[in-house]
Every structure is written in C-alpha cells, then in structure tokens.
Design a protein around this ligand. Sequence first.
Ligand code: CMP
Length: 139
Amino acid sequence: MATNRTFTMVKPDAFADGNSGAILSMIEKAGFKLIAVKLTKLTAETAGKFYAVHSERPFYNDLCAYMSSGPIVAVILEKENAVADFRTLIGATNPANAAEGTIRKIFAKSIEANAVHGSDSDENAAIEGAFFFSELERI
Ligand code: CMP
C-alpha cells in the first residue's frame, strides 16, 4: 500500500546555484507539505552510506564525491501518493530525458548534478528520511 511520505534532497549543484528556495516553492505549490527540513553537508563516507544500494555501479565513487562537494537540503514531504507524485514532479534522472516543466528539466545540469533526489519506493522513503531525521525533528 502506498504511504503518504517521501524524501528528497536539494543536491549540491542546485544549492550552490541558489535554487533551493525556488525548488521548495515548486514542491509546495504541487501540494506537498514540509514535514522536516535540514540544511546539512554530507561527507564522502555518509554519502557512501546513503547511496550504498549503488555501491556496485560504475558511477558510485563520482556520485559520493559530488554529493559531498557542498551543502544539501534534506526534506521529508507529505502528500497522498507521495513517492509516485514526487517522481513525476522531478522528472527523469537524466535531465535530457525529463519532461518540460519538471524540476530536473528546469534546474538540473547533468545525470549526476541532477538538482534533486526523490525516493523510489515507500520503503526507501522511510529509510532515507530516518537517515537524516529523528522522530523529534519531524512535525
Ligand atoms: P538519485 O535519484 O539521487 O539516485 C542515484 C543518483 O546517481 C542519481 O540520482 C544520479 O544523480 C546519479 N547518477 C550518476 N550517474 C548515473 C547514471 N549513469 N545512472 C543513474 N544515476 C546516475
């Protein structure tokens, strides 16, 4: 059964470009409620843990270096059908394939520097949210 929460990060490229506010505004206008928000910075080690599921992929080391290259904004979001609706809002992983009007189409630079993360399942949304936030840090 679909849950009503998902997890996102504004990635280092989008944060460095000053697009965090515009991205969060798009997310809120699409009907998502902010449940937890944190401005933070991953280390190569913590990025490696977050993306451990990709550890065998050829892009893993570059991904960990990139995700620890600058601040990120971690966010838990709530909306009915949150995981699927959020993936529609952000568009395809590769911005070259992202639909017009999606967050990645507007803000992403490349398949790696793709502006935002979005959980791919309810199970991973719960795991990823717990990676950054304790229960006390959520409304
Ligand atoms: P994200 O949704 O955060 O999950 C894994 C990330 O790996 C993905 O976004 C991309 O930023 C990054 N990545 C880099 N290269 C690739 C690739 N070739 N295929 C898929 N993801 C990639």
